[in-house]
Design a protein around this ligand. Structure first.
Ligand SMILES: Nc1ncnc2c1ncn2[C@@H]1O[C@H](COP(=O)(O)OP(=O)(O)OP(=O)(O)O)[C@@H](O)[C@H]1O
Ligand SMILES: [Mg+2]
Length: 470
């Protein structure tokens, strides 16, 4: 470690020596005074006193010499050991700072550089002693000066250390690079600010990585946005395709409806024909009264109104639903049964309806009708292909946990297990050119997407069982 500091070596403790010498002086004076007084009292012969005093003096010199020798020896030994410890500490500090992976630097309170390690010097690209002639501001680009001075005033001087902060250094060759550091303060014995030191870390790599990360994040965001747009586009296209399928299914249903109307009209048309046919016959027989004419016209009008209502019912079904509305499930099911009843009757298929509850649903009634029609039409197809002695479709209406539940069961033998998972797939049909495979796909879409419900199917002992929960 390069250092410009006068090492603050701890001197040996003179105070202890002074203390011993003082005690020694007091003790010597007391010894001389008291021994002489004692001699004066015990011995009266002056020559003997002088004689003994000489020996006493020699003894005193020998004892104090031994004591002094011991003291000096101990002092020299201790000061030698102290120097050794200081040397070792110095070495240890050097090893510590030089062995550090981070750069270390200390400055005096004017900002002049006092100490630094090799990592610090290499980081800045200076030669051996060059940095001793600089201040920390000399190696910091000007734009950071005011910020760093503020940190020193508000944090380092105020509480002894700063938060970790980022700034830049300028290398000897002029290259500017980012660093991260925390500055700490050392005070002298009087508590005055003495030295500031810092562990400095070159964060060029980290900044580059952050830059790369930010760029990647931006790219990702852009990708996300374009992906979102593509997904939106795809969803829009899918919706349009659904719309086309929906229309196709409605057209197919319309074909079936015409078939149904024909069935519904057959009987009233026959009746109307008979009513009209009997007119000339009764006229020839003079039974043709005013009352009879009125009654016949009345009967004919009832039939015509019935036929006209049938057309209205069918026309209503083809009106698209605009807004969601509340409707009674059992009401919609009865209406739907009315639409297909004639055609089911003509094929001797019985429709049984069992209303256990009268749930109300918030949704699209015509779309719901379309779902029921699709399921009924499939049941009819299945019953027509697999002959059954008493073909039947049972519809139950109930409510479970605040939701309406409609089950539609037939007794046509069920859906083969291998195709059961596929019946709701678009374009899946086992009916050859007669089937488009859209019916159940549309039905599931209407119930699950448009009305947040659930449409499922399973086989029971006698046939297929569809369950609509809304
Ligand atoms: N009640 C049922 N009994 C037996 N199989 C059924 C029944 N309902 C549906 N399926 C089977 O599910 C298939 C798919 O029905 P889906 O209504 O989607 O199409 P499709 O009836 O074949 O054609 P379309 O689009 O004209 O309705 C049918 O082809 C049939 O094999
Ligand atoms: Mg179908």
């Amino acid at each position: 470690m390069k250092t410009a500091l006068n090492k603050n070596i701890k001197r040996p403790n003179h105070y202890d020596v002074l203390k011993i010498i003082t005690i020694y002086a007091i003790f010597s004076c007391l010894w001389i005074y008291m021994s002489d007084t004692a001699l004066g009292l015990l011995i009266t012969d002056r020559a003997t006193i002088i004689h003994i005093s000489v020996y006493k003096g020699i003894l005193f010199v020998i004892i104090t010499s031994i004591l002094l020798y011991q003291l000096v020896r101990r002092y020299m030994l201790e000061s030698g050991q102290l120097k050794e410890v200081i040397k070792k500490n110095d070495l240890l500090f050097n090893l510590l700072y030089e062995g550090m992976m981070d750069a270390y630097c200390s400055v005096d309170m004017t900002g002049k550089i006092l100490q630094y390690n090799e990592v610090f010097r290499n980081m800045l690209g200076y030669e051996a002693e060059e940095l001793f002639f600089k201040t920390y501001l000399d190696i910091t680009p000007v734009k950071w000066h005011s910020m760093e001075i503020k940190i020193i005033e508000e944090q380092v001087l105020a509480r002894g250390y700063s938060e970790i902060y980022e700034k830049e250094y300028c290398k000897k060759n002029g290259t500017i690079f980012p660093v991260e550091l925390r500055t700490q303060l050392i005070r002298d014995d009087q508590g005055n600010p003495y030295v500031m030191w810092a562990i400095v870390r070159d964060i060029t790599e980290r900044k580059l990585a952050q830059g790369r990360l930010a760029r990647k994040r931006l790219e990702l965001e852009e990708l996300n946005q374009s992906l979102e747009k593509r997904v939106e586009q795809a969803i829009l296209e899918l919706r349009q395709r659904d719309q086309v399928l929906y229309q196709q299914n409605r057209l197919a249903a319309m074909g079936e409806m015409i078939h149904n109307i024909a069935h519904q009209w057959r009987q009233p048309l026959n009746m109307l024909g008979l009513t009209i046919q009997q007119l000339p016959f009764l006229y020839d027989r003079d039974h043709f009264s005013k009352e009879f004419l009125d009654k016949t016209v009345g009967d004919a009008m009832v039939l015509i109104q019935h036929m006209s209502k049938t057309i209205d019912d069918f026309r209503n079904f083809f009106k698209p639903d605009k807004e969601k509305e509340e409707f009674k499930v059992s009401q919609i099911i009865s209406n739907t049964i009315q639409l297909v009843k004639a055609s089911f009757d003509s094929d001797q298929i019985e429709i049984v309806m069992d209303c256990r509850d009268d749930p109300v649903v918030h949704g699209y009634p015509n779309e719901y009708t379309q779902v029921i029609l699709n399921i009924l039409s499939n049941a009819k197809d299945a019953l027509m292909t697999r002959k059954n002695d008493s073909p039947q479709v049972c519809i139950t209406v109930s409510a479970e946990q605040g939701r309406s539940v409609v089950t539609i069961r037939d007794n046509a033998g069920g859906i083969p297990d291998e195709i059961l998972p596929k019946v709701f797939d678009p374009h899946f049909s086992t009916k050859g050119p007669q089937g488009t495979g859209i019916g159940l796909f549309m039905a599931k879409n209407i119930i699950e997407r448009n009305m947040n419900g659930r449409l499922s199917v399973r086989n029971n002992e006698v046939g297929a069982e569809f369950r609509i929960e809304v």
